[in-house]
Ligand binder design. Structure first.
Ligand SMILES: CC(=O)N[C@H]1[C@@H](OP(=O)(O)OP(=O)(O)OC[C@H]2O[C@@H](n3ccc(=O)[nH]c3=O)[C@H](O)[C@@H]2O)O[C@H](CO)[C@@H](O)[C@@H]1O
Ligand SMILES: C=C(OP(=O)(O)O)C(=O)O
Length: 422
């Protein structure tokens, strides 16, 4: 079994490089199936298990896709006739595969995509994706675990999302770019990854405006062409290293991290007494001797990102007092806290709020990740713990972090990854 073994107590120092964003590249890959002319080349692609899963989904559609892991480049040729089916064996591995639904429908007029289901962090329906596609003229029904969508022609529409869902916004955008006429989507997700997708689609010939605001307007075009495009930096990976520096009294430059993408995290860390400065080539984070307690609530962007909540909770648990932590996006994203009990964490959960009683003296123990960000949070706790912490279930970590232990080791952590045959 693969394990990360970390002995706590080291202050982190130096510089760390960040990869391209997982949550940007997955929808960008889905968008590469839209062009009927030319190849698309994605640069700065992170080498992650989720990217391999998405490549498999796309390859199954009869698209030629090549991944040069050394150069971090993916090349896609989607100019041949495509099939319209995304099967269970791939979609069930990764929820984000559902974002092929919109582009398949736009390109082929039909799509059959396995239901992605929920996952450890909560129930994850796709009703908003489907309502949006129906508003564009698709007929959608569910049969034998698959969503089947068909249309003669997609037509621009006015759509209001009940909740600013990231995936629904992406699916509807990718369908509307080839719809006839104008689509206006209100109350859309404003995450930077939405802007990245709009930028790629516009480079391919789409006409999208307003991405990054509450309203996106799309003028449909008749076809798209392949392009070369650089994936944005991963703000969640950057944020995870910011927390790592903050909790170890470290001094770390997170290279090429974009401060504007992480404003809520920066504000909270500063409130805790962490020194953060924007430098020419990144963000420098200097951790204080003592972290001040703060409350935090997750919200859709530009609020505090739920994908940073487990990692941030480690800083809260270490802080000198009681902190409130409220999770409003996913109803089951406190599982890392239960695991952290083994390491001495003291907290009470009521509904979607946890009271965290600091300052915690984490004690090293064996812990298992329950989901992607929980995995990162457990490693972070281990960096500050007395003795040795062993983290298992690294398949979750590998979904979203490339060489996490190696990057921490370069910064001075006493950490290794081993394959223990049991
Ligand atoms: C690959 C990717 O980019 N994943 C991110 C994306 O996930 P994802 O796109 O799945 O997240 P959404 O924004 O859609 O989901 C947020 C909330 O909306 C609800 N909802 C969503 C769709 C829908 O049709 N109906 C509905 O009720 C979900 O149950 C959840 O409670 O955004 C989340 C919220 O920032 C992040 O945590 C994920 O890391
Ligand atoms: C929850 C996450 O991803 P996904 O939506 O792919 O499960 C995440 O990146 O933290």
């Amino acid at each position: 079994m693969e394990k990360i073994v970390v002995r706590g107590g080291k202050q982190l120092h130096g510089e760390v490089e960040i990869e391209g964003a997982k949550n940007a590249v997955l929808p960008l890959l889905a968008a590469t199936i839209l062009p009927i002319e030319g190849r698309t080349k994605l640069l700065n692609v992170p080498v992650l298990s989720d990217v391999y899963t998405m490549n498999n989904v796309i390859r199954y559609l009869n698209v030629t896709i090549g991944f040069d892991e050394e150069e971090k480049i993916i090349e896609v040729d989607a100019t041949r006739p495509l099939t319209h089916i995304a099967p269970f064996k791939y979609v069930s591995k990764m929820r984000a595969s559902i974002v092929v639904l919109g582009p398949l429908l736009a390109r082929l007029g039909k799509a059959k995509v396995a239901l992605p289901g929920g996952c450890a962090i909560g129930s994850r329906p796709i009703d908003l994706h489907l309502k949006g596609l129906e508003a564009l003229g698709a007929t959608v029904h569910q049969e034998e675990g698959y969503i089947e969508a068909t249309c003669n022609e997609l037509k621009g529409a006015n759509i209001y999302l009940d909740f600013p869902s990231v995936g629904a916004t992406q699916n509807i955008m990718m369908a509307a770019v080839l719809a006839k006429g104008k689509t206006v989507i209100e109350n859309v997700a404003q995450e930077p990854e939405i802007e990245d997708l709009a930028n790629l689609l516009n480079a391919m010939g789409a006409k999208i405006s307003g991405a990054g605001t509450e309203i996106i307007t799309i003028e449909g075009v008749s076809k798209l062409h392949g392009v070369e495009y650089q994936v944005m930096q991963d703000r969640i990976e950057a944020g995870t290293f910011m927390v790592a520096a903050a909790i170890t009294q470290g001094n770390v430059l997170i290279k090429d991290a974009i401060a504007n993408h992480n404003l809520p995290l920066i504000a909270k860390l500063e409130e805790m007494g962490v020194q953060i400065s924007k430098e020419e080539n990144g963000i420098r984070v200097i951790g204080p001797e003592k972290l001040k307690p703060v409350n935090m609530k997750t919200m859709p962007h530009p609020g505090f990102p739920t994908d940073m909540q487990p990692q941030f909770s480690i800083a809260q648990l270490l802080s000198d007092g009681i902190c409130e932590l409220t999770e409003t996006v996913f109803e089951n994203r406190f599982m890392h806290l239960e695991e952290l009990r083994r390491m001495n964490a003291n907290f009470k959960i009521k509904g979607n709020t946890a009271m965290l009683f600091g300052p915690t003296k984490f004690s090293g123990s064996e812990v298992a990740a329950t989901d992607l960000r929980a995995a990162a949070a457990l490693v972070l706790a281990g960096l500050t713990a007395e003795n040795v912490t062993t983290v298992t279930q690294l398949n979750y970590l590998d979904r979203g972090y490339y060489h996490f232990h190696k990057k921490l080791a370069i910064l001075g952590a006493n950490i290794k990854r081993i394959n223990d045959i049991e």
